[in-house]
Design a binder for this molecule. Structure first.
Ligand SMILES: Cc1ncc(COP(=O)(O)O)c(C=O)c1O
Length: 402
């Protein structure tokens, strides 16, 4: 008899078991891979739109807001054109190639936020040639060198409030904090930055900060403190029109995580920024992309070594780097529920690196056989976009389901 799914933590209408068979975006996953084979990424176009829609609904509680989707999370061109055609959403880009890619997917200059670091002169020239792109300068050097190519332009300044935030307070997901980082201009140099802008006839109309990735409800009080720390900067900008809060909104990664409470989040934003007559901008990547995608692999090795039951699959950390690099939990899921009996296994990839472990000592249905597909949920963000061809095992298909 097929075991009944009793509502696993990650199940939702477009990602769930129906009669023991895993469905994604309204299709049985087994049918999806019948045409593509594995490894394969599948993205649910509707989920991208729902995630953007949920953010808009929360942010509608503010006087004015804009969403720029950070394409570094997932830049698959069909996804970007889908968003361009069907959502009210700009994009955040962080390199010349990403800028040109955004243009090629239909985004106009004024729908693009550009927030980069260690920028070259060529890059600054490109931005000088596209004055309507919302550029956030993250150093005095950027402002000084931009002035070689243009003047009388609006710019944003990325500031560093010396506080950081990240999934489960993970230090390596923080972009600012006790340790001095490259991201943004600190208090100590902010007056110099404003003077440099003025000297070159740049109008500073935006303050930008992005202090880390993956925050959930437990980090909201810290988020409030960070917002509080930015008042000092905002108070010093006479032509302020936009405050860009960056990205960083997280999604649940395992059973211990709850969905981010967007109403609580927006209430904090309102309490700190309300009444200033500004437009609040956000540039989330993960919140929009991560749970919109799955990665399907195939088990090729089932073998006990000493006391550990290993399950080897045909894709490794080169296809989805976050579990290995950032220690983020991933969730392997079977395609067909055949048993309620559970077993502890260690799931590993096919890359010759000790880092290449998907999941250590993970309790899974005791049914895995060589040749079975295995699905990794939450593979829509920072997976394919950070992929490498390490060990020349980078072959994977990407597929948008609409
Ligand atoms: C400047 C900036 N904005 C937005 C993002 C998107 O962050 P997330 O995907 O965590 O929302 C990043 C991520 O690195 C970033 O550096």
């Amino acid at each position: 008899m097929t075991p009944q799914s009793n509502g696993l933590w990650w199940e939702r209408q477009d990602l769930c078991y129906r009669d023991g068979t895993l469905f994604f975006a309204g299709r049985p996953v087994i049918d999806l891979i019948a045409t593509t084979g594995t490894p394969a990424f599948f993205y649910n176009g509707k989920r991208f739109l729902q995630n953007i829609g949920r953010l808009h609904k929360a942010l509608d509680q503010l006087d004015a807001h804009k969403i720029f989707y950070a394409i570094k999370a997932n830049r698959f061109a069909p996804v970007l054109t889908h968003i361009k055609n069907l959502a009210t959403c700009g994009v955040d880009v962080c390199s010349p190639k990403e800028l040109l890619h955004a243009f090629s997917c239909g985004f106009n200059c004024n729908e693009i936020s550009y927030t980069a670091t260690s920028m070259t002169d060529d890059e600054l020239k490109l931005l000088a040639d596209n004055p309507d792109v919302n550029l956030n300068c993250d150093s005095l050097s950027t402002i000084r060198r931009l002035a070689k190519f243009c003047s009388r332009r609006s710019i944003g300044i990325r500031v560093n409030p010396a506080m950081g935030i990240g999934y489960r307070d993970n230090e390596i997901l923080k972009y600012s904090g006790d340790k001095t980082t490259k991201f943004g201009i600190y208090k100590e140099q902010f007056e110099d930055a404003l003077q440099l802008a003025e000297k070159n006839n740049f109008t500073v109309d935006t303050i930008h900060f992005h202090t880390g990735c993956g925050y959930l409800n437990n980090q909201l009080s810290l988020f409030s403190e960070i917002l509080g720390a930015t008042h000092w900067f905002l108070d010093r900008v006479k032509d302020l029109r936009f405050v860009n809060l960056g990205g960083g909104l997280g999604v649940p990664h395992d059973i211990d995580d709850a969905q981010l409470d967007l109403d609580a989040w927006v209430l904090l934003i309102k309490s700190h920024l309300g009444g200033r007559g500004i437009t609040v901008c956000v540039e989330p990547g993960d919140y929009i992309a991560k749970d919109s995608g799955i990665l399907v692999l195939e088990v090729n090795t089932v073998e006990k070594k000493r006391k550990t039951d290993f399950v080897g699959v045909n894709g490794g950390f080169n296809l989805a780097i976050e579990p290995a690099f950032y220690g983020l939990p991933c969730e392997p899921v079977v395609l067909t529920q055949k048993t309620d009996q559970m077993k502890s296994v260690t799931i590993v990839g096919n890359i010759n690196e000790s880092l290449d472990v998907w999941k250590d000592s993970f309790s899974m249905p005791d049914q895995i056989e060589e040749g079975d597909p295995l699905v990794f949920i939450n593979a829509g963000g920072y997976a394919s976009s950070m992929m490498s061809n390490h060990c020349m095992r980078g072959q994977v298909s990407e597929n948008l389901l609409v």
